[in-house]
Design a protein around this ligand. Sequence first.
Ligand SMILES: Cc1cc2nc3c(=O)[nH]c(=O)nc-3n(C[C@H](O)[C@H](O)[C@H](O)COP(=O)(O)OP(=O)(O)OC[C@H]3O[C@@H](n4cnc5c(N)ncnc54)[C@H](O)[C@@H]3O)c2cc1C
Length: 382
Amino acid sequence: MVFLTEVQKRFQREMQDFASKELAQGAKERVKLDYITSEVINKIADAGLLRMTMPAKYGGKPIDYVSIGIVFEEICRVDFSPFSMILSHTLIPQTMELASEELKEEWLPVLGKGNKLACFGNTEPDCGSDAAAITTRAIRDGDYYVIKGEKTSISGGMQADAILFTAKTDMEAGARGVTCFFVPFDLDGISKSRFVDMGIHPSGRASIFFDDVHVPARFRIGEEGEGFTRIMSGLDFARVLVAIATVAMAEASLSEAVEYSKTRTKFGNPLCDFEGVSFKLAEDLTLIESSRLLCYEALKLKDEGLPNTKEAAMAKWYAVDSSVRILHDVLKILGFRGYSDATPVEQRLRDAIGSRIGDGTAEIMKLIIAREMIGRKVRPIM
Ligand SMILES: Cc1cc2nc3c(=O)[nH]c(=O)nc-3n(C[C@H](O)[C@H](O)[C@H](O)COP(=O)(O)OP(=O)(O)OC[C@H]3O[C@@H](n4cnc5c(N)ncnc54)[C@H](O)[C@@H]3O)c2cc1C
């Protein structure tokens, strides 16, 4: 890509090398598992990819945001199984900036080494797109908060050891009543149940139930009411990373389709000789290039400390929807093989469809873009 610096290009080659040497073998099987293997967790952790936004004083190995995008692109092109773990461990340390020193010292080093895993939860059974409408309660009781409610659809929930989540400390205050907590799963009163999903299996999506859980106040992140803004700015970042990961899967499958179209002969000609196929491939490559540019523009803005909410929403909507279209095109070009597990495309398509919903749907992204263009009067008010 044209605007990468020499250092970023070198890092990109290192990541390509790491992914092909360490992750390519067995990746097609691993994306069918409902957990991330310890071998992959260790390899990713040893490469420093679970501490990319973590301050060095907690064992972190911080890198710039464009380079984080490169990590997601190169890893997910080869192996999508660790995607949700890397995503959580990239976002959580940033939100933890507001946590007490004690909590950071206790958790950040172990998260960075992959010794413990954490997930993120805002969604509830009655609250997804309207993220501030949560009803999980956190009532202060001396040195504790008593937490009651359900977080649902939580990526990594089954395998994680802890969760960073939102709860209302003031039920009447709307978004201003949202507070963040970081809580280990071994507290009394927490239970989990697993989703059976069509894709992104290794993320082991879960519902997490809090039944009057007594959470020490030191597990609160920041002040009461500070949670929502913090989570929302983290979501901008998450959306771009989801988008890049999905583009990488689409690009991997598109390359497979190009090769296939050169060798598969129909009506006496290779498939790629037919405009019906080659124009489709040309359109798909253009969608990939434009999607990638949107993603990296959003990350570059973040590196420069500039707002990127609009660009992040554009990337999430356009790149993920484009990737789903491309993967579907590839599946059709591969014919009967594409519609089986003989090639990775069917799994990638199911994974990409999940990415359309996780971290916000296209409709919500368009609302955000419209709000950034027109102003806060755009309805519904979020
Ligand atoms: C694979 C996957 C991973 C996930 N991981 C996590 C996670 O780790 N942590 C977490 O907290 N959540 C997670 N989620 C949940 C996800 O963030 C929510 O599913 C998402 O925000 C949508 O919420 P919802 O499902 O409740 O849909 P709803 O909010 O009920 O919306 C349903 C439909 O209505 C549309 N809609 C809603 N409002 C409007 C409007 N105003 N205008 C037009 N259309 C509208 C939506 O676009 C959607 O298509 C995950 C979901 C998936 C599928």
